[in-house]
Design a protein around this ligand. Structure first.
Ligand code: MN
Length: 487
């Protein structure tokens, strides 16, 4: 299925054929040139001059699955009562591209004919008003269309729309239920389906065990080759790795058969299995599947969605958990890991497959897992929580670093970071907001993208960044509580 974005140009019929022809030609040129640098094609559809033309193209956009969003632009003035019927029916993400064809005002050349043709500044204001008046959810991107920063932001918004579709079609396969007594991994699955489109359902661990028994040695052999090509084998316990391969193949078959892109399991329900899936879950995440430990379906789906928003629709993003702190003044860091399951897309170097004893859970045998250090760089952690009556997405900016110590006895993948604005303020903000211990950590999706995503999905969004203070955040959360009760 092709993925494209539609370029819809607003105008009116008062300008004469020559002006309208020029507008259409320029719009076609812009769509063609922008498509060369954007991650998805921008397809010029129409220079719309009437209510019915706009309504028709928006109806078409709603029903065409290849259309992931619409981008509007006003080269001239487009009276925006013409847009009311269209916008009230719009079901696709919408970006108002506030740009103009020319970079410069031509000093000597400019006359009233030029002004007639080039009046984006005028048209954009009329266009902005009607979306504001209608409370239409939209992204506004302003600047010169050949500017790299504008192109980068438009590209990022397109990736957000890929995440919107990934959400609307998300199916989560749960093996067993949540870890007993844990609060934050719970939530209203009906609300999640209404708002986000997610279909979250449970399969028995016994179904997985049955599927595992049908996996052939030949299938395992070929997955072992894949492991060897991507990872260093740093254990003599080949049987443990083969067992993980068996688990991976069975889980992948069940998910693919049911159209699922994300899964959960829990160490409290591994009946009939020898090992908690470690390497198996990690290698599935490397292929773009979402994962959540302890039955955490919210983080699992978010991980799959955020991965889909990244490069090649499988970005450097992973299921993560805050574990422990280094609180030495001036060197404050968080250490993140999980019992086993961190996606190797975060790895700074080639991961190693190791086997170690795992005391927690029902493991009869030592599970194989990938061990590596996370990369340094700017990143975010994101957590979706159920506030009762609404969902809240929390995003915190972080700076990942090369871990400052080797930790040779820590048998899991690890990432070290400093939360913004600083560890303790960032922590106070995170706790105040109610963010979970499970997060999705991403190097290639940022807070702006997740803010855009949350706006489109119509859920609450809270960003903790370099300028956040506890005081300002406390007020924001108080206001949000009132607003979301009224909504
Ligand atoms: Mn956990």
């Amino acid at each position: 299925m092709k993925k494209e974005f539609w370029f819809i140009v607003g105008s009116q019929d008062l300008y004469g054929q020559e002006v309208l022809r020029t507008v259409a030609e320029r719009a076609q040129e812009m769509a063609k040139e922008l498509s060369k640098v954007l991650p998805y094609p921008l397809v010029y559809k129409v220079t719309a001059m009437s209510n019915s033309q706009i309504t028709d193209v928006i109806k078409e956009a709603n029903y065409d699955d290849s259309c992931y969003g619409i981008v509007t632009w006003c080269h001239t003035f487009s009276p925006s009562k013409m847009w009311i019927n269209g916008f009230t029916n719009l079901q696709k993400p919408y970006c108002h591209l506030a740009t103009q064809y020319n970079l410069e005002i031509p000093d000597n050349e400019i006359d009233m004919d030029y002004m007639n043709l080039n009046q984006s500044a005028h048209g954009d204001r009329e266009h902005g008003f009607i979306a504001a008046r209608l409370r239409t959810s939209r992204k506004i991107i302003a600047g010169y269309w050949k500017d790299e920063e504008l192109q980068r932001r438009l590209g990022k918004w397109m990736r957000v729309c890929i995440g919107v579709r990934a959400s609307q079609t998300m199916k989560v396969m749960r093996f067993g239920d949540n870890m007993r007594e844990v609060a934050v991994t719970e939530g209203d699955k009906v609300e999640a389906q209404i708002k986000l489109g997610w279909q979250v359902n449970t399969w028995a661990t016994g179904d997985l065990v049955k599927e595992m028994s049908k996996v052939t040695e030949g299938e395992i052999d070929s997955l072992m080759e894949d492991y060897k090509s991507k990872y260093d084998i740093a254990t003599d316990n080949i049987q443990a790795i083969r067992y993980q391969a068996r688990e991976e193949i069975a889980m992948k078959k069940m998910m693919d058969r049911n159209g699922c892109k994300a899964f959960t399991n829990t160490f409290q329900d591994l009946y009939g299995m020898e090992q908690l899936p470690g390497l198996a879950s990690q290698n599935l995440m490397a292929q773009g599947y979402g994962y959540g430990g302890e039955g955490d379906w919210k983080v699992s789906a978010m991980t799959a969605i955020i991965k889909a928003m990244g490069k090649n629709e499988n970005g450097s993003s992973a299921f993560m958990e805050d574990y422990t702190y280094h609180l030495v003044k001036g060197k404050e860091y968080s250490l993140g890991a999980h019992m086993l399951e961190v996606c190797p897309s975060l790895a700074a170097d080639r991961p190693r497959i190791e086997t170690h004893h795992l005391g927690i859970g029902m493991n009869e045998k030592d599970p194989a897992r990938l061990v590596f250090e996370g990369k340094a760089g700017k990143a975010i952690v994101a957590s979706l929580i159920d506030m009762g009556g609404r969902l809240r997405l929390i995003v915190q900016d972080i700076e990942a670093v090369k871990p400052i110590m080797k930790m040779p006895n820590l048998p899991v993948a690890r990432v070290m970071w400093r939360a913004l604005p600083d560890l303790t303020t960032g922590l106070e903000c995170w706790l105040l907001t109610g963010g979970a211990h499970h997060t999705t950590l991403s190097y290639d999706v940022d807070a702006e993208m997740l803010r855009d995503w949350a706006r489109i999905m119509d859920i609450e969004f809270v960003h903790i960044g370099k300028d956040t203070t506890v005081e300002s955040l406390e007020k924001e959360l108080l206001y949000n509580d009132l607003i979301w009760k009224l909504k």
